[in-house]
Design a protein around this ligand. Structure first.
Ligand code: UDP
Length: 246
C-alpha cells in the first residue's frame, strides 16, 4: 500500500517502530545495506508525511549482538560486548537518519548511551517535542544498559512516549505456534493475549519487554516488514500480522 488516502485514516496517531538490525543489512550478512535502509526510509517517510508521529528504535544485530560475541571466547567481557552492541545500534541509527534526511525527512537521532558528537542524549520531553513537530525520532543505544536488548528499549520508550502501539517489524508474517521457517505446519495467530504469549513462550519479544507492555497496556503488533508497504499498513491499522494485547 502506498495510497496516502489510506494513511490519512490511520488508526494510530503516535507509533513506535522497532526495526531489528537485520533490516538494515544485506540479507543475513554482516554490515549495512544503504539500499535496504533507503527502502525502509521511504516507508517511514510516507508515514511521517501522513501526520502520524513515529519514533524508531533500531537494533544492531546486523553488526554485533553482545551475548553471541562474548560467547565466542573469554577475551571480551560480556558487559563490554553489550556496550559494543549498543554502539552498533547507533551505526544503524546514523544510516537511517542520513537515509531519511536524503529524501527530505526531518529527523533527530537520540541515544541512551552518551556519544555527544553524533547524537543528542535521550530526553523524554525533548523526544516528545520532536514528535509533535513532525520529526522522525530515531532511538539508538538501546536502553543504555548492558544485558538487555533493543526489544526492551522499544517497550520502555514506547511506554515513556505514550505511543498507541509498538510495531515490531520481523521477517515473518506474525506470531506462529512454532518457527515457520523450520516447521511448515506452524499456524499464525491473528490475536494473542499477553498472558498466553508469556505462558506458551511464543517468540514475540523478550519476556521483560512483553511484561512491560502488559503492565502498561501497550499493544504490540508483530508484522512482516519485508512486504513492501507493510509498515504503512501496520500504522493504518490493517489486519496484518499478530496483535498482542489484553
Ligand atoms: N544492547 C544492550 N542493551 C540495550 C540494547 C542493546 O546491551 O538496551 C546490546 C545487546 O548486546 C544486543 C545488541 O546491543 O544484542 C544489539 O541489539 P539487539 O540484539 O536488540 O539488536 P536486534 O536483534 O534488534 O538487531
Amino acid at each position: 500500500m502506498s495510497d496516502p488516502a489510506e494513511l490519512s485514516k490511520a488508526k494510530y496517531s503516535r507509533v513506535l517502530l522497532k526495526m531489528s538490525g537485520e533490516a538494515f543489512g544485506h540479507g543475513g550478512q554482516s554490515g549495512i545495506s544503504i539500499d535496504e535502509t533507503l527502502r525502509i526510509a521511504r516507508q517511514i517517510k510516507r508515514v511521517a508525511e501522513s501526520g502520524v508521529q513515529i519514533a524508531v528504535v533500531v537494533g544492531g544485530g546486523n553488526i554485533l549482538r553482545g551475548a553471541q560475541f562474548s560467547a565466542k571466547g573469554e577475551v571480551i567481557n560480556e558487559s563490554t560486548a553489550h556496550y559494543m552492541g549498543m554502539l552498533a545500534t547507533l551505526m544503524n541509527g546514523l544510516a537511517l537518519q542520513e537515509s531519511l534526511e536524503s529524501i527530505g525527512v526531518q529527523t533527530r537521532l537520540q541515544t541512551a548511551l552518551r556519544v555527544d558528537s553524533v547524537a543528542e542524549f535521550f530526553i523524554r520531553r525533548r523526544a516528545l517535542r520532536h514528535l509533535e513537530k513532525g520529526r522522525v525520532v530515531i532511538l539508538g543505544g538501546g536502553t543504555g544498559n548492558p544485558h538487555v536488548t533493543t526489544d526492551t528499549a522499544a517497550a520502555l520508550r514506547g511506554i515513556e512516549l505514550e505511543v498507541d502501539v509498538l510495531l515490531k517489524a520481523t521477517r515473518v508474517d506474525g506470531v506462529y505456534s512454532d518457527d515457520p521457517e523450520k516447521n511448515p505446519h506452524a499456524v499464525r495467530y491473528d490475536r494473542l493475549t499477553y498472558d498466553r504469549t508469556i505462558k506458551e513462550k511464543l517468540r514475540v519479544m523478550d519476556l521483560s519487554a512483553i511484561e512491560m507492555c502488559e503492565k502498561n497496556k501497550l499493544p504490540i503488533l508483530v508484522f512482516n516488514y519485508k512486504k513492501e508497504g507493510n509498515i504503512e499498513r501496520a500504522v493504518a491499522g490493517h489486519t496484518i500480522g499478530t496483535l498482542v494485547s489484553e
